[in-house]
Design a protein around this ligand. Structure first.
Ligand code: ATP
Ligand code: MG
Length: 652
């Protein structure tokens, strides 16, 4: 039997990048730099380290090993990340440049901070944390809406050497408590409440519930006044931020940090299981996000850059706060959601703020595509120069819509593959150096040597498909899982000895482009043919009536595994038998008869993590009819979606 060779069926033509003489990286420069970064990593990363001001310049560059697992970069260097993000720009005479622009849930509710303002605000927050007793090495949980003070609190922690753990403001008291306990955090920064899509999120009340229900004792809770909502303040424990800030000195010195001192803990999205408290350290992370931001977004002074991610996710850490500020960029932070007050919110904001660079997630792109072109076309997006995607595989259909309708067929699109554990972008095309291939993240970033291996760990050459590993360390790599180094070693380094295993499946084509096919756990094996869920999903969403699809395998007596497809239709569409037949035919045509769906389950919504990723492990359980053991569902955005799916499960 021949393989369905899905890589041929869904191969996409390359699209030439726009020419831009001002780019930081031409095709020739990429080739040279990439080769140099692999030939002499220490030399390359010593040079990139000059993006940072060090109080002691590192002489030892990379001292990492994957067996035993011990990752260290720039270990004799000393720096402060807050100084690098804020103070140094002020000292260099750029204090008047805009650092952060914030827009609230209500359109037009805008506040901005220059680098001068940011320096003042960060020192106030840092002073407040110190007054309450926070010291170098202490963990500080930041549970905030997407407001300026969230970013300020992160920078303030970096300033005093405290380790921040940002917990997304949409998480429940239960999930918050687990994360406070896991890292034994004794300080919490929160707000009275947040606003999302016109609804109030009672953050302070959630903190109270988390602490009370779990009997957690913390030293102090610092509360930022944001919505003016009523809150209960516990005497001796809870403090209004402005009251404390009013009592602290105007300046607060930067704590000198060793390059390997912890910077932050961040819990992964929980798509595949219990979230892991990923630990990043200071020096390598700083160099990595500064370098990746510079090249991937090709940022030019004066431009407005907008990453829509919340600071509760790693994208918000690396590309809303640290990466842009290290590059003295103007970064836009947004408290609200893409569909409030209507589906043109993103485009309205791009127009009003003159956004030049826009970075969002496939989940948002697909949701907005579902609404048609009109909400985009109502707005002037002529300032947009570059658009990006991150978080999940972007199916070619959504990619093309994003490029054609949002980017007017003119802007480069970067599809950036990376993980909480990688700290920053690992695989992407560079905007003016590389042709783009819809659905493929593209080429490895400097210093990254991706390897595709088979189940036994054999390295596969050329155009092929396998499990994505990274052969050698890079500066932004996570150092451990907080408090559980064994879990770190087990999860990432035990499947293939001596390699970092990403958990993702991947294809490499003739041009050396990498395309993520989904999580390895999600690969379906039908009658001996392995296929990635992303592939079948991409075929389904080609249908003009389909908005989104999620595909999982389920046990099948004859084929080993069958294909179960969850399908969401465009607004106003209804499922019928003709559509079912058309979708099956479409998959057969795009991939081959072997991929013909066994079940099509139409649903108004898919279960997603709070960061917007489809939770296929839950869909798998429902498809297997094993709904008694759904596993950790604490990171689910809307549990009601799961109940509806269970109720609506139908066997075709
Ligand atoms: P957990 O590790 O807890 O299961 P998670 O993997 O969803 O959660 P993140 O670190 O936020 O947590 O996500 C990283 C994963 O997201 C990658 O491993 C990959 O599966 C997916 N991903 C991110 N960006 C892309 C992209 N551009 N293309 C394809 N997949 C992507
Ligand atoms: Mg992961």
């Amino acid at each position: 039997m021949t393989s369905p060779t899905p890589q041929d069926a869904t191969a996409e033509a390359l699209i030439a990048p726009p020419v831009d003489p001002e780019t930081w990286c031409t095709p020739a420069q990429y080739g040279e730099l990439y080769a140099a970064s692999l030939r002499d990593p220490d030399g390359f990363w010593a040079l990139q380290a000059d993006r940072i001001d060090w109080s002691a310049k590192p002489t030892r560059i990379n001292r990492s090993s994957f067996d035993p697992v011990d990752i260290r970069w720039y270990e004799d260097g000393e720096l402060n990340l807050c100084f690098n993000c804020v103070d140094r720009h002020v000292f260099a005479g750029h204090g008047g440049d805009t650092a952060l622009i914030w827009e609230g849930d209500t359109p037009g509710d805008v506040r901005s901070l220059t680098y001068d303002d940011l320096l003042r605000e960060v020192q106030a927050m840092a002073g407040a944390l110190k007054t309450l007793g926070a010291q170098k090495g202490d963990r500080v949980t930041i549970y905030m809406p997407m407001v300026l003070e969230g970013a300020i609190a992160m920078l303030a922690c970096a300033r005093i050497g405290a380790v921040h753990s940002v917990v997304f403001g949409g998480f429940s008291p239960e999930a918050l408590a687990g994360r406070i306990e896991d890292c034994a955090s004794r300080f919490i920064v929160t707000a009275d409440a947040g606003m999302r899509g016109g609804k109030t999120v009672p953050l302070k009340a959630n903190v109270d519930a988390a602490l009370e229900q779990h009997g957690i004792d913390v030293e102090a809770v610092l509360v930022v006044r944001h919505t003016g909502s009523d809150v209960t303040m516990t005497e001796g424990r809870d403090h209004w931020y402005r009251d404390v800030a009013a009592t602290v000195p105007a300046t607060c010195p930067c704590e000198p940090m060793g390059a390997e001192d912890p910077l932050f803990i961040l819990y992964t999205s929980g798509s595949t299981g219990k979230p892991k408290g990923v630990l990043h350290t200071t020096g390598g992370y700083a160099v990595w996000v500064a370098t990746t931001f510079h090249y991937a977004f090709d940022y030019r002074p004066g431009e407005v850059y907008w990453c829509t991610a919340d600071i509760g996710w790693v994208t918000g850490h690396s590309y809303s706060v640290y990466g842009p500020l290290l590059n003295r960029a103007t970064s836009l932070l947004f408290e609200g959601v893409p569909n409030y007050p209507d589906h043109s919110r993103f485009w309205d904001m791009c127009e009003r703020h003159g956004v030049n660079i826009f970075y969002t997630a496939p989940t948002a792109i697909r949701a907005l595509m579902r609404e048609g072109d009109a909400p985009v076309e109502r707005h002037d997006l002529s300032a947009l120069r570059l658009i990006g995607s991150v978080g999940e595989p972007i199916n070619p259909e959504a990619w093309r819509w994003y490029h054609r309708v949002v980017g007017k067929g003119q802007t480069p699109v970067i599809d950036t593959w990376w993980q909480t554990e990688t700290g920053g972008i690992m695989i992407t095309t560079l905007p003016y150096a590389h042709a783009m291939r819809p659905g493929s993240a593209g080429l490895p970033f400097f210093g990254i040597d991706p390897e595709l291996v088979d189940a036994d760990g054999n390295i596969l050459d050329g155009a092929t498909e396998g499990n994505l590993c990274i052969a050698a360390s890079w500066p932004g790599q996570a150092r451990t899982v907080y408090g559980d180094h064994d879990r770190f070693v087990q999860t990432y380094f035990s499947t293939y000895k001596g390699k970092y295993f990403t958990g993702d499946g991947c294809k490499r084509d003739e041009d050396g482009y990498y395309r993520i096919t989904g999580r390895v756990d999600d690969v379906i094996n039908v009658s001996g043919h392995r296929m990635g869920t992303a592939e079948v999903e991409s075929a389904l969403v080609l249908h003009p009536r389909v908005a989104e699809a999620a595909v999982v395998g389920f046990p099948h007596d004859i084929k080993g595994q069958g294909i179960y497809c969850y399908v969401t239709l465009n607004v106003g569409e209804e499922a019928d038998d003709a559509l079912t037949a058309e979708l099956k035919a479409l998959v057969r045509k795009e991939i081959g008869p072997i991929a013909t769906p066994d079940h099509l389950h139409f649903t108004p919504a898919l279960p997603k993590t709070r960061s917007g990723k489809i939770m296929r492990r839950i869909l798998r359980k429902i498809a297997e009819n094993d709904v008694g053991a759904l596993g950790d569902t604490s990171t689910l955005a809307d549990p009601a979606v799961v109940d509806a799916l269970i109720a609506g499960r139908r066997v075709v």
